[in-house]
Design a protein around this ligand. Structure first.
Ligand SMILES: [Zn+2]
Ligand SMILES: [Zn+2]
Length: 274
């Protein structure tokens, strides 16, 4: 499978000049399977460019579009009203989130709410695609070619989910907006076991994390610890804090790579093949 980062920023998009190399758009990742089918992880502001690229570079060869959400905080759904395929009557979209039965409101009403007139000029009813909301338990999706997508819940205000995507023996883990609390979440370590690539929340330094209890995020050190415990081959640090500019992040990456050569910053436009 091939993975392309379209949004790697946490919490809020940033457009300042010294943030552009790592990227200013919020969470959005494209996964292209060997069969040509695709999955999208989160619908942050990065999904606008992704939708544009699907139309111009991939010429609809991918079929239905599966969108798996880690959760529905703004920075993970905010780009959806700007996702061109959502306005195409010939396009089927499958939008999935696990564990919705625990929540008061269903997924479709959350998506419709962010397009209410008070917040947005175009209502959800104007989207012409065939949009199916899928509220799964943990076994979520299987592509026609047999790639599988499963999920496990992790700690975050309101709840959030880690995804495990497997295709022909290759494994991708997407784990963002996770707060490990006292000790590392060993359930997520087991779920990530042996992955070829782990994409993990690394919003804060260990120092910053001390004053951010309850904010729902991880430190660089915690991401490294999960990667080590789970024996993953490569670690992409993700959900960068909106206060961390390119210079800050590249310096930190260089420092960490001295001891952990398998880690790198997730940055916009970066693509990785597994
Ligand atoms: Zn987030
Ligand atoms: Zn969140």
């Amino acid at each position: 499978m091939k993975i392309i980062f379209y949004g790697t920023r946490g919490s809020i998009p940033v457009a300042d000049r010294d943030f552009i190399q790592v990227g200013g758009n919020t969470s959005c990742i494209l996964v292209i399977f060997k069969s040509g089918e695709i999955a999208i992880l989160d619908a942050g502001t990065g999904i606008r460019k992704l939708g544009h690229d699907l139309r111009t570079k991939m010429a609809k060869t991918y079929g239905d579009i599966f969108i798996g959400l880690s959760h529905t905080h703004w920075d993970h759904i905010q780009g959806f009203p700007f996702f061109k395929p959502a306005y195409d009557p010939d396009q089927k979209l499958i939008i999935s989130l696990c564990g919705r039965q625990k929540h008061a409101r269903d997924l479709s009403s959350i998506f419709a709410a962010q397009m209410q007139r008070d917040y947005f000029p175009v209502s959800f009813d104007n989207l012409q695609a065939n949009i199916v909301f899928f509220e799964a338990d943990t076994e979520i999706y299987r592509t026609r070619s047999g790639a599988t997508i499963t999920a496990a819940e992790h700690r975050h205000p309101g709840g959030a989910w880690t995804y495990r995507i497997e295709e022909q023996g290759k494994v991708l883990i997407y784990c963002t907006d996770i707060e490990h609390s006292a000790g590392i979440d060993m359930n997520i370590v087991r779920f990530s076991s042996g992955a070829d690539l782990l994409i993990h929340d690394a919003q804060y330094t260990s120092e910053e994390l001390k004053s951010k209890a309850g904010w729902g995020h991880s430190s660089w050190d915690q991401a490294v610890e999960v990667a080590d415990l789970a024996g993953v081959k490569r670690l992409a640090l993700f959900h960068h804090d909106p206060e961390h500019d390119d210079t800050y992040l590249f310096d930190l990456e260089k420092k960490y790579q001295r001891h952990h050569p398998h880690i790198f910053l997730a940055r916009e436009t970066l693509s990785i093949s597994l």
